[in-house]
Design a protein around this ligand. Structure first.
Ligand code: FES
Length: 192
């Protein structure tokens, strides 16, 4: 009798549990959520390293570095790029154009050359057949020699990718890119 009652009670309890399982089953977590939960649990078992998060490190470190480089190098870079940019003849207003007496020795004449005109252009205007190739300061075909001394003191180059400072110190210039800033004597067709 007791066994029957116990069996009946057990069945009832089992049925209730099954019913509960079925009715709540649809609300259970999906396998995906379970996986997330598992990952979170695993992550919680890993010790904290104390290092910043990678993203923070890249933002903080990279950004700071950029500022330091930009701030520190700004002035020097500006100066360097000014030198590399060369002289721009169009920066001279029309009413500030000046003329200098340039003696072309081989050609046997002294002519006036404006400070916004290259030695090569001025010579060509005279009808002289002067040497050149690139006309951009990138070769030596138009090379000339200033007889009066350091070329830095007599011309400004629009672009000079060819002559070194030392070669200019010795009086060499690129006539296709050289604008006069003083009177001088020039030997055309001369290269270092
Ligand atoms: S023609 Fe090439 S540098 Fe003058």
């Amino acid at each position: 009798m007791v066994d029957t009652l116990a069996l009946g009670g057990g069945l009832v309890v089992t049925l209730v549990l099954v019913l509960l399982h079925v009715t709540k089953g649809t609300k259970r977590s999906t396998p995906e959520n379970l996986a997330d939960e598992l990952l979170e649990r695993r992550a919680s078992t890993v010790e904290e390293t104390g290092f910043p998060e990678p993203m923070s490190r890249s933002i903080g470190g990279g950004g700071g570095g950029g500022v330091a480089v930009g701030g520190g190098g700004g002035g020097a870079e500006g100066e360097a790029s000014e030198e590399e940019a060369g002289f721009d003849p169009s920066s001279i207003p029309e009413d500030e154009v000046e003329y200098y007496d340039i003696e072309f020795r081989k050609e046997g004449e002294t002519i006036e050359v404006a400070n916004n005109e290259t030695l090569l252009e001025a010579g060509e205007d005279q009808g002289w057949d002067l040497p050149y190739a690139c006309r951009q300061g990138q070769c030596l075909s138009c090379g000339g020699h200033i007889e009066d001394g350091d070329a830095h003191e007599f011309v400004r180059h629009g672009n000079n990718d060819t002559l070194s400072d030392e070669e200019m110190d010795r009086g060499y210039c690129l006539t296709c890119q050289a604008y006069p800033v003083a009177d001088f004597s020039l030997e055309t067709s001369e290269t270092p």
